[in-house]
Design a protein around this ligand. Structure first.
Ligand code: SF4
Length: 399
């Protein structure tokens, strides 16, 4: 994303980023406008992936050369004349154009490969389709958006929208085709949403850094994580799911501390998810809050009788709010510092069972150490991924 005199310039990465996280678009826009300093971000894992990606591109390029195809290379992307060189290459009609610079209006991009087809266009008795090399087994929604964007730009340049777009994977270097028209409506919807998000009128619209899968490789992660910690976000309750967070927020419970104090049973019953699962995350929040108040962060994870029965091949009593309240602690693992999991010093309120009985609050469980991952463990995952994976469920057309 770049700010130009005539508006904000957008790329396929911005489109894929917006699909994964609306807050990312807001932060990138603030950085492009000079309101926020972009973070210095170095991820050796990401760098290794980029290197592998370049190797795959090179491999496919060698594969095309070995077939005797003519390859045109328009040159550096950053160069101001890169688009003109790509246009010249399109008119020359080479079999393959490698790393073509594409631009139309506010949209910019660079296609790994453009491959010539026999469909006539404004260029002559040929036209081009987009091919992208990806280190994946399954094509992601972001990749489809990227290919659609490039196909639309190429369609404008050659006067014919390509019928297909392709992904090359390391498996066999054979392009997997996707019909452009199958995904165009989805692509245009996302384009409109991103354009609206960066529109001047939309600046200032509040977004929040709810954790999503994209956080794992996002340059803004430190900033967003700090904000979530400052807000005592529910995602820090180990094992909580997105669905539960949404349900709890709807009840006005938005922090780990508030969840730890939440009375049970839930009244009214949760609209989504089993009631017992809310009792479980409430108990987990209590364990973590107790550790926080002792200034000795708890690395325990609360386990229900059902969990323990499963882990120990014992009988499997049905977990209920009342059975949770009588939970027996896990034995400490060898070498585990049991003082970390000592009973919490905070007073605990009794738990009311579904039958209206009050039972004593559970003693603090001692369980084996486990890392408390704020989002990954037991998470339902980001909604954006599940929503956007729908178009991908279609089988690629062989047309
Ligand atoms: S770290 Fe996560 S929440 Fe923050 S901008 Fe990146 S993807 Fe969005």
């Amino acid at each position: 994303m770049r700010n130009r005199s005539d508006g904000v310039e957008l790329s396929a990465s911005d489109l894929a980023g917006h699909l994964g996280c609306r807050h990312l678009t807001a932060l990138d826009l603030a950085a492009a406008n000079g309101d926020l300093a972009p973070p210095i971000w170095y991820d050796p894992g990401l760098e290794a992936l980029q290197e592998r990606g370049q190797e795959l591109e090179q491999l496919y390029l060698d594969h095309l050369r070995a077939q005797g195809l003519t390859i045109s290379m328009p040159g550096p992307h950053e160069d101001g004349a890169a688009l003109e060189r790509t246009l010249a290459a399109l008119h020359d009609g080479a079999d393959v154009i490698y790393q073509a610079t594409l631009a139309h209006g506010r949209w910019r991009g660079r296609a790994d490969f453009l491959q010539r087809t026999d469909s006539a266009s404004d260029l002559g008795p040929w036209s081009y389709e987009v091919v992208d090399a990806k280190l994946v087994r399954l094509t992601r929604a972001g990749t489809i958006l990227q290919l659609c964007l490039y196909s639309e730009i190429i369609g404008g340049l050659q006067g014919l929208l390509p019928a297909r777009m392709h992904v090359v994977t390391p498996a066999d270097l054979r392009p997997v085709p996707f019909r452009v028209h199958d995904y165009l409506a989805f692509h245009r919807l996302m384009q409109r949403r991103l354009a609206a998000a960066v529109d001047v009128a939309a600046v200032g619209r509040e977004t929040y850094p709810d954790p999503v899968a994209q956080c794992d490789f996002c340059r803004w992660w430190r900033r967003c994580d700090d904000r979530r910690r400052g807000d005592d976000h529910l995602c820090f309750v180990a094992g909580i799911a997105r669905l539960q967070i949404d349900e709890l927020r709807g009840r006005g419970i938005a922090t780990l501390a508030a969840l730890a104090d939440m009375p049970l049973p839930l009244d009214p019953k949760p609209a989504r998810g089993a009631e017992d699962t809310y009792a479980r995350v409430r108990e987990q929040a209590r364990v973590q809050l107790a550790g926080r108040r002792r200034a000795a962060p708890s690395t325990s994870r609360w386990t229900s009788p059902r969990d323990r029965a499963c882990a120990g091949c014992q009988s499997r009593p049905k977990a209920t709010s009342s059975s949770i309240s009588r939970a027996t602690p896990m034995p400490a693992a060898a070498g585990w510092n049991t003082s970390w999991a000592a009973p919490p010093a905070v007073p605990q309120s009794p738990i009311t069972t579904p039958a209206g009985r009050s039972t004593p609050a559970p003693s603090a469980p001692r369980s084996r150490p486990s890392s408390i991952s704020p989002w990954r463990a037991g998470s339902a995952g980001p909604t954006s991924t599940s929503i956007t994976s729908r178009p991908m469920s279609r089988r690629p057309s062989s047309a």
